[in-house]
Design a protein around this ligand. Structure first.
Ligand code: HEC
Ligand code: HEC
Length: 257
């Protein structure tokens, strides 16, 4: 569907209506827009059918990747990691050089430096299987948020990106996920935009995909320059999303439209 179907006027009127309710006051830079009590998982914005599919492991297509990941993990990783539970809660995290280590990057590191095997390609089957299995093994647990995350350069970079108006539609991430959530735009219910469901199976992709891929889809939707998968801004944003989620538990593999 053409991105132009949004209609700039529709968006503008939705935003004006939101502002008029006064529900979202001007927040200081390092404050969250959405009160902790109002934080809602992306699943709650999906249809009953999709929610049922996600909840039932026999129906959830993402479980195919979980099963493959379990096998790979047993083969290559259990020498050093006896238990997969909780590993994914530690990612994304800050590297000592100030960059963000995502789950994919950590696996890349262990795979090449410790298992001593060639790296897996981004968005390739083995890497998706491992990330999905690890996220699944932390299902119900919250990702760890560093105590002074808002003072980190990575947080600041991501915050600038999250709030930067860009693209042909003059949008930023915040317009959709802090202000328009719960509204129906372009035939999709907009959620609060957290990463805890990813890797997720998307009906639109007919495939499971990473959070990195989802984020690039959002840039595409904004009709702006879509960053390359390896662009560090995407890792920064993943880190920032953990802070935004305020302890929402991991629910991967989620099912999404
Ligand atoms: C024009 C509206 C719009 C903008 C702007 C936008 N997104 Fe999205 N985003 C969506 C839609 C639609 C979806 C799919 C439905 C949903 O979960 O919200 C989505 C999904 C997501 C999800 C997955 C949520 C889930 O639970 O499955 C994340 C994370 C996300 N967006 C982050 C971002 C970030 C970061 C930016 C800025 C770089 C951004 N979005 C900009 C519309 C937008
Ligand atoms: C030879 C030992 C070794 C092997 C094999 C190994 N790892 Fe690791 N892994 C580590 C160590 C040590 C850390 C601690 C953080 C660091 O130094 O990178 C770690 C950290 C991690 C983390 C972050 C969680 C944490 O506790 O820091 C994940 C996720 C992870 N490894 C995944 C994997 C996966 C997936 C494989 C198999 C493909 C694997 N590892 C194989 C040693 C290993």
């Amino acid at each position: 569907m053409s991105p132009h179907k949004y209609g700039r006027a529709l968006i503008a009127s939705l935003l004006a209506a939101t502002a008029a309710t006064g529900a979202h006051s001007q927040a200081a830079t390092s404050q969250l827009f959405i009160a902790k009590s109002a934080v809602r998982s992306g699943s709650t914005f999906t249809s009953a059918t999709i929610q049922a599919q996600q909840k039932d492991d026999d129906l959830n297509p993402g479980m195919l990747w979980v099963d493959q990941g379990r096998e790979l993990f047993a083969k290559d990783c259990t020498n050093c990691h006896a238990d997969a539970k909780g590993l994914a809660t530690k990612l994304p995290r800050l590297h000592t050089d100030g960059s963000v280590v995502t789950l994919e990057k950590q696996i890349h590191h262990c795979q090449t430096e410790r298992v001593k095997k060639p790296a897996y390609a981004m968005e390739g089957q083995p890497l998706l299987a491992l990330t999905t299995y690890l996220a699944f093994s932390s299902r119900g647990l919250a990702q760890q948020v560093p105590a002074n995350i808002t003072q980190s350069a990575a947080w600041q970079r991501a915050h600038n990106e999250f709030t930067r108006v860009q693209g042909k539609l003059d949008f930023n991430c915040r317009a959709c996920h802090d202000q328009l959530y719960g509204k129906r735009v372009r035939n999709q219910n907009i959620s609060q935009g957290y990463g805890v469901g990813y890797p997720a199976y998307r009906v639109e992709w007919q495939m499971l995909g990473s959070l990195n891929r989802r984020l690039r889809a959002c840039f595409f939707g904004m009709e702006t320059v879509v960053p390359a998968a390896t662009d560090p801004i995407l890792a920064d944003l993943e880190f920032y999303l953990v802070w935004r989620a305020q302890g929402l538990p991991i629910e991967a593999p989620a099912v999404r439209r």
